[in-house]
Design a protein around this ligand. Structure first.
Ligand SMILES: Cc1cc2nc3c(=O)[nH]c(=O)nc-3n(C[C@H](O)[C@H](O)[C@H](O)COP(=O)(O)OP(=O)(O)OC[C@H]3O[C@@H](n4cnc5c(N)ncnc54)[C@H](O)[C@@H]3O)c2cc1C
Length: 388
């Protein structure tokens, strides 16, 4: 896949970003004189758990719109692919405004993942009488499986998404970022800044803006020397890490405190759903919308994450390419998260031993690579990283 197409798929770049290619020259001299990076100890005997989840992906991007069913209004808010946590405050705020426009107080929120919980909280705080209906609740939703770095990725296919969607996505991304800022370092919420590196073997010249605009990523540096792991190219910046185990817990408590009620329920048919007493329904069912609303465009993208024992000295994250696929590492207080698998259309929830080996070995090789400081040294082990 060409580099631009691959990256736009991985990072969900918008038309606005693409049309606003940043002509700023790649900086080479004066690259940061960082201390050496502490190494990730990527070994099987350090794995505490391996989890699998299915990203709710739509090639044309998320669905955010109102649909009338007789006297009922359904506000769709699903299909956020690999960045539902990232976009939650953006699309949920807009969904809540749409629900308010329906002019009724009672609102049903369908779904107890990050979209359902955020929607419920916003609606309850806006004075609505909110009931959340969900088959699976926190801590067992796909949202609990997420990485979850604040970075739009695996959100749409560039050749399918419309210009209107790309413009909307650009705005929603900015609103979503603003929504998270009040939570940074708030005790118990698991939201903090992390110094993130996106590395690749191909120099992006000209480069294009990061999703939502470069200004959302403080401390942005573009490097072609002294890069992390000695790759040819690096974009290094600060972004947010969200630990879903903490964050979703607090979100649910906040929604309850604001007055939202929670009902455990699985809807098998649309008719069953439309029989709810609430005149307005906010649909945050993620992949569940495929069956409930006959949305055939929804595609699961399987992801597998291995959690390692904590390494408090690791205060950086990375996304890169190696060992036959993408690789990323996010540090949490509770441990390091290794990921990077994207199985489009794959619905298997079993742990793949093959993928586990690819990841553990791939991250271990990256960690070794960190020990080398010259590009000549890196060439010696570059076989593992062809395709980067
Ligand atoms: C491996 C992996 C890594 C990821 N990493 C990141 C990341 O780094 N950053 C990021 O932002 N995002 C990431 N994501 C994506 C993110 O997890 C999803 O986009 C997000 O969880 C979608 O949230 P949701 O609330 O729409 O869906 P879900 O969390 O799936 O919640 C859907 C809810 O709807 C309910 N529901 C569905 N159907 C029915 C029904 N018929 N009746 C009743 N209830 C129903 C479910 O029970 C559930 O409560 C990752 C995902 C995976 C799998």
């Amino acid at each position: 896949m060409p580099e631009l197409a691959r990256r736009s798929l991985l990072l969900g770049l918008s038309a606005a970003a693409l049309s606003a290619c940043v002509s700023r020259p790649v900086s080479v001299p004066g690259a940061p004189a960082d201390r050496p990076f502490p190494k990730v100890l990527s070994r099987r005997d350090r794995i505490t758990r391996t989890v699998v989840g299915l990203r709710p992906f739509r090639p044309q991007g998320f669905r955010l719109e109102a649909e009338a069913f007789g006297e009922k209004t359904v506000i769709h808010n699903y299909g956020h692919g690999g960045c539902g946590v990232t976009l939650s405050w953006g699309t949920c705020q807009r969904a809540a405004v749409m629900a308010g426009e329906a002019g009724r107080l009672d609102v049903a929120v369908l779904g107890g993942g990050v979209m359902g919980l955020t929607s419920a909280l916003i609606l309850a705080r806006r004075g609505h009488d909110v009931t959340v209906y969900a088959d699976v609740m926190h801590p067992n939703t796909t949202s609990n499986v997420a990485g979850a770095l604040w970075l739009p990725s695996s959100l749409y296919d560039r050749d399918v998404a419309s210009e209107d969607f790309l413009r909307l996505n650009w705005q929603v991304t900015r609103e979503a970022h603003r929504g998270f800022l009040p939570y940074v370092n708030r005790p118990g919420y698991g939201v903090s800044w992390v110094h993130h590196s996106e590395v690749s073997e191909r120099v992006r010249e000209p480069r294009w803006a990061l999703p939502g605009g470069d200004d959302l990523y403080p401390g942005l540096e573009v490097l072609t020397a002294q890069t992390r792991f000695g790759f040819a190219y690096e974009e290094r910046y600060h972004t947010l890490m969200i630990d879903p185990d903490y964050y979703l817990d607090m979100l649910m408590k906040d929604a309850q405190l604001a007055g939202a009620r929670f009902v455990s329920w699985r809807f098998e048919t649309l008719d069953e759903l439309l029989a709810l007493p609430e005149p307005v329904i906010v649909n945050c069912t993620g992949l569940g919308a495929a069956k409930l609303f006959a949305d055939e465009t929804l595609i699961p993208i399987r992801g597998q994450l291995s959690h390692l024992l904590p390494q408090p000295e690791i205060d950086y994250s990375y996304t890169g390419w190696g060992n036959g696929g993408s690789l990323y590492m996010f540090p949490r207080k509770t441990g390091l998260v290794l990921g990077g698998s994207h199985g489009r259309g794959d619905v298997s929830m079993d742990v793949s031993e093959e993928e586990l080996t690819r990841m553990v070995d791939g991250h271990a090789a990256l960690a070794e690579r960190a020990a080398f400081s010259t590009s000549a040294s890196n060439q010696a082990i570059s076989g593992l990283f062809s395709g980067a």
